[in-house]
Structure formats: structure tokens, C-alpha cells
Write a protein that binds this ligand. Structure first.
Ligand code: GTP
Ligand code: MG
Ligand code: ZN
Length: 348
């Protein structure tokens, strides 16, 4: 008798294979199959991500193997690390070892916000932070608009609230810099898992990129956790409007009262209701300057050939930019140059 079609969720991706967790067990109770991708699927270039629901064929139950025949349409996706069908993104940063860098944290939050999923913030290694520091960060996070918690994988009692939150049905992705203790947290939450962890090293106590692949683990019935490889510098969205939408405190300011100009970048324009008296104002400005500089560069290179794209300004020739990417002032130009000098491109 022909085997009815089977589906499952990708829980780990290897170079040419993926592990698929079946939506119902196989004839001998099999939960997972190691799957290849069918050539046709590979040729169509359709990417498979961890979290994707896939249809299987060519199932060999005895060998525990199958092929992915099709990838189902996905819902909310986190771009980096790539995970599909997510429910929430938990950004994890350590209070120490490695030191908490507010700009880096903001870049992670921006990436998380772009997924459209709920965003939560976890301060890890609370055992290394003075109580006053822990309180300060929890308060700052709450002023930014995030429900945050401070935990330590060395103090089981500190993990209970997090366990409850992550046991809600859905897929929660833990992401953040290398070495902050993402895998250690998952080990502490799911006994017997024994994910590889490694001590931070060097003067800056950086992580050592111990986790190499995204992988899903079951914390409770219907509740999955994704461990992901840490990285240092999430990229920013290309569009200033998208950037603004990634700051909850800007969203609520705009919900209360709108700026005079619809395309206000909140950089001191007339009629701006946002002003500069908010904690992340300078972090927001740094991100904005960086993406404006990138937009200028790409505009310059893509339109350099067409004479109409350049304009004379004083004794300089500049690329013409779409109105929303124009610098508000000369002062803005200087800040932009400073931002470039202070934050040269780093490794990801
Ligand atoms: N003091 C302290 N150390 C911790 C805590 N959690 C993890 N560590 C240590 O921090 C180091 C890094 O932990 P990992 O779990 O490997 O960090 P990670 O975020 O998974 O790192 P990548 O896989 O590289 O992204 C290890 O030496 C852990 O033992 C904590 O709560 N307190
Ligand atoms: Mg890890
Ligand atoms: Zn404004």
C-alpha cells in the first residue's frame, strides 16, 4: 500500500542534509528522518531554513532517510540567523564577559524587530553583574519598551520565569553575540541536552563561536527553542522608515503625536515631536547615519554613470539622493563622517 504523504519541520540543517521532525511518528515510532533535497527543489533555488515545514517523499523507514519534496509557505522569518515560522525572538546579551555593548544590543533588537515576531530581552550572566547594574539594565530595557529579565544559567532559581515564558506554545529563537551563554541557558532549561559551550577568551572576553548551526529543541509540549550561532554585528535595514519602526519607543511616541513632516527622521527637524531627550537617541542616530551613508554610497555607485545623478554643491560634486535619504544639513554631513570614523566596518 502506498505511503500517504508525510510532512515535518526542519529542526537542523547540515551541508547537504537536514533533520526533519515528523508531524506524527513513523511505523516504528520514528520521530525524525535525515533528509536530502530533491534535485528539482535544489535547482529552483528555494532555500530551506530551520523551522520550515516540508513535505517528504522517498521515505526509507528502515534507514531513517527521506527526501524533501516541497517547502511550505512560511510565516514570520528571522533573516539572520535564518529561522522560519518563529513566534518570538529572545535577544540574549551578557551583563559581563563579554561586556554589554548598547549599540550592539540595539542592532540585535533591530534585526529581531524586523521579523515581525514578539521581541524579548534577556540579560544573561546575572551572577557576574552587581545588583545595581542589573537593576539599571532592567529599567533601561523597560523604558525602551521591552519586557526584560536577568538570568544566570548558574542559578537555577533565576531561570524559572524564563522557563515559563519559553514554555508557551511556539518557536522561540535565542540570538545574540557569541559567548553570552545561549547554549548554556538551553542546557540549563532542558536537562540531558549537553550542547557544546566554551569559555570566552581574550582581553575583550569574546565568545569563540562555539555553536555552528541553528537547531531546534523541545522545551515543552509545542514549545520549541532555537539555539543559534552567535555573531557580533547584525546588519541594519536599508530604509530609514524600517529603522524607525524597529524602535518601540519611537513607535509609541508617534502613536501619541505625529511629527510635522511625514518623512521626519527625528534629527532635529522643525515640528519633530520626538526630540533628543530619550535614552536611545544617540544609538538611533548612529544607526541612521550608518544607513544614510550606505544609501549614499550605493546611490553613488549605481548612478555614477548617469550625469543627471550628480549635482554641484559648493565646490563638491555629490550624488543626487531620493528626498528621504538626503542629509538634513551640513552638520548632519559632519556627524555622518564622524560616525564612519568611529565605527569602521567590523567583522560580522
Ligand atoms: N558566570 C557565568 N558564566 C556563564 C553563564 N552562562 C554561560 N556562562 C559561560 O559563558 C561561556 C559561553 O557560554 P556559551 O553557552 O557557549 O555561549 P553561547 O552564547 O552559546 O556562544 P556561541 O555558541 O559562541 O554563540 C561558557 O564558558 C559558559 O560556561 C552564567 O550564567 N554565568
Ligand atoms: Mg552556543
Ligand atoms: Zn520627528
Amino acid at each position: 500500500m502506498a505511503e500517504p504523504p508525510r510532512r515535518g519541520q526542519v529542526v537542523a540543517l547540515l551541508a547537504n542534509f537536514c533533520w526533519v521532525s515528523l508531524d506524527r511518528p513513523g511505523p516504528a515510532g520514528q520521530q525524525r528522518l535525515l533528509c536530502t533535497r530533491r534535485t528539482r527543489l535544489a535547482k529552483s533555488g528555494q532555500a530551506i531554513r530551520v523551522g520550515d515545514w516540508v513535505q517528504l517523499d522517498g521515505i526509507d523507514w528502515a534507514a531513517g532517510r527521506a527526501a524533501v519534496a516541497a517547502v511550505e509557505a512560511s510565516q514570520r522569518v528571522l533573516e539572520r540567523p535564518p529561522v522560519a515560522n518563529i513566534t518570538r525572538v529572545v535577544v540574549v546579551v551578557a551583563l559581563a564577559e563579554p561586556n554589554l555593548d548598547p549599540l550592539q544590543l540595539t542592532r540585535f533588537l533591530i534585526t529581531a524587530e524586523q521579523s515581525g515576531a514578539a521581541v524579548e530581552l534577556v540579560f544573561s550572566k546575572a551572577d557576574l553583574g552587581a545588583p545595581a547594574l542589573v537593576q539599571e539594565w532592567l529599567q533601561r530595557a523597560s523604558a525602551w519598551g521591552y519586557g526584560a529579565m536577568a538570568v544566570s544559567s548558574r542559578r537555577p532559581a533565576s531561570l524559572e520565569a524564563l522557563r515559563q515564558r519559553l514554555s508557551q506554545p511556539g518557536l522561540a529563537v535565542l540570538c545574540g553575540p557569541s559567548g553570552v551563554g545561549k547554549s548554556s541557558l538551553i542546557n540549563a532549561l532542558i536537562p540531558d541536552l549537553e550542547l557544546r559551550v566554551a569559555a570566552v577568551s581574550g582581553r575583550l572576553q569574546r565568545g569563540r563561536h562555539t555553536t555552528r548551526h541553528v537547531e531546534l529543541f523541545a522545551l515543552a509540549d509545542g514549545a520549541l527553542l532555537a539555539d543559534t550561532p552567535g555573531f557580533n554585528r547584525p546588519v541594519l535595514p536599508a530604509d530609514p522608515t524600517t529603522l524607525m519602526a524597529c524602535f518601540p519607543e519611537l513607535r509609541s511616541a508617534q502613536a501619541a503625536r505625529r511629527c510635522q513632516f511625514g518623512d521626519c527622521l527625528h534629527q532635529g527637524e522643525p515640528g519633530c515631536v520626538v526630540g533628543s531627550d530619550w535614552d536611545r537617541h544617540s544609538l538611533y542616530s548612529q544607526c541612521l547615519q550608518e544607513l544614510l551613508a550606505a544609501a549614499q554610497r550605493s546611490d553613488a555607485s549605481s548612478r555614477a554613470a548617469s550625469a543627471g545623478s550628480l549635482r554641484q554643491r559648493g565646490n563638491r560634486v555629490e550624488p543626487r539622493l531620493a528626498a528621504q535619504y538626503r542629509q538634513p544639513s551640513r552638520r548632519g554631513q559632519r556627524q555622518l563622517a564622524d560616525a564612519e570614523l568611529n565605527h569602521p566596518g567590523q567583522e560580522g
